[in-house]
Design a protein around this ligand. Structure first.
Ligand SMILES: NC(=O)c1ccc[n+]([C@@H]2O[C@H](COP(=O)([O-])OP(=O)(O)OC[C@H]3O[C@@H](n4cnc5c(N)ncnc54)[C@H](OP(=O)(O)O)[C@@H]3O)[C@@H](O)[C@H]2O)c1
Length: 326
């Protein structure tokens, strides 16, 4: 698989990465999550599933793995896999996130699945938890779902601590992930934050897909300024594969003799600013289908069909917020 440098972070990544949001816990918002797991949600079941998908990712040449404190046991499953397979530090690039705590207690239904806090105490507590789980294996530490309202853009004490973690060599790069209708504005504000005479954020992780491309020009600018760009939710949480929005993509997939996920992922990978596109595969079969996107060349008919799918940004995020945990 083609490798790239993740902007000024200097980290080596592959064009496709693997995210662990759907693998680390029994409940998630991706549309077919509960059906995919079919009740096999014991810790050992999900650990075995995670290891199988990680094995397949490594075989396919995936070099970037993406976790978070709030993805249930994702960091622990990643740690047990690294140790069981004897994978050395130089072989993979690992990112994780702080800022949401997992609160679902291994249940699919919960009053609150995750609680957000972007203060200094949470950063310190969650970074200690990550270090206790993954040791020195984390290359990239990201703020989880930074928004204009979350306080992270205005808290100099958090900026200083993130810069210190990087300058002390505890992590190699600092990033932020984005969420919500103001992704572009949040990114532009984050790009202006500097610490120690350099930009604080080396990397941005954002949602960009055929339904929600509104952050495209901000990502283009971020990439041109030297930031590494990771794209998440490229399949709109599975909505581009199952559900009403999937019909137009399915039609193109039939014409191009491939699967809808490959069409939607190839569409994202065509963006010159996209360094890594995350696969959210929950099975070896989904991962295999996703990897096929690397060999797929879209034609103009497919591009036109996907260009026409964008929905108003507020509507996209309203529908995203209404996705049921399953
Ligand atoms: N705020 C943040 O920082 C944030 C937020 C979200 C995600 N992320 C990161 O991005 C990663 C990817 O996000 P995502 O899982 O939402 O990505 P996504 O690519 O939008 O959706 C992935 C889902 O698409 C469906 N799918 C994929 N391939 C398929 C196939 N061949 N056939 C049928 N269905 C298929 C599966 O859902 P079903 O089978 O369940 O339908 C899969 O779980 C996460 O793991 C996480 O690392 C970060």
């Amino acid at each position: 698989m083609e490798q790239r440098k993740l902007g000024r972070s200097g980290l080596t990544v592959s064009r496709l990465g693997l995210g662990l949001a759907a693998l680390g816990r029994p409940g998630y918002v991706n549309v077919g999550h509960g059906a995919d797991l079919a009740g096999r949600t014991a810790v050992a079941d999900l650990e075995g599933r995670s290891h199988a998908v990680l094995d397949a990712a490594l075989r396919a040449g995936i070099l970037y793995l993406d976790a978070a404190r709030s993805y249930g046991r994702a960091e622990a499953f990643l740690a047990s896999w690294l140790s069981a397979r004897g994978i050395g530090r130089a072989e993979l690039t690992i990112g994780t996130k702080w800022g949401y705590a997992y609160t679902a207690n291994w249940q699919v239904r919960a009053d609150e699945h995750e609680i957000k806090n972007h203060g200094l105490a949470t950063l310190r507590r969650q970074w200690a938890e990550t270090r206790a789980t993954l040791g020195d294996r984390v290359d990239l530490l990201q703020v989880h779902s930074a928004t204009l309202a979350s306080g992270i853009l205005d808290d100099a004490s958090v900026h200083d601590e993130l810069a210190r973690l990087r300058s002390d060599g505890e992590v190699r790069a600092i990033g932020l992930s984005l969420s919500g209708a103001a992704q572009a504005e949040t990114l532009r504000r984050a790009m202006a934050i500097g610490s120690d005479d350099r930009p604080l954020f080396d990397v941005v992780q954002a949602t960009w897909n055929a339904l929600e491309p509104s952050i495209g020009s901000a990502l283009d600018d971020a990439h041109a300024s030297g930031m590494g760009v990771i794209v998440k939710e490229a399949l709109a949480n599975g909505r581009l594969v199952r559900g009403v929005e999937a019909d137009r993509i399915a039609e193109q997939a039939r014409r191009l003799a491939t699967t809808p996920d490959a069409v939607a992922l190839a569409y994202v990978m065509e963006r010159p600013w996209s360094d890594v596109v995350l696969s959210g595969a929950i099975s070896v079969e989904q991962l295999r289908d996703n990897v096929a996107a690397l060999e797929l060349h879209l034609d103009d008919e497919a591009r036109h069909a996907l260009n026409a799918m964008a929905v108003p940004v507020e509507r996209y995020w309203r529908e995203r917020a209404a996705l049921a945990w399953n």
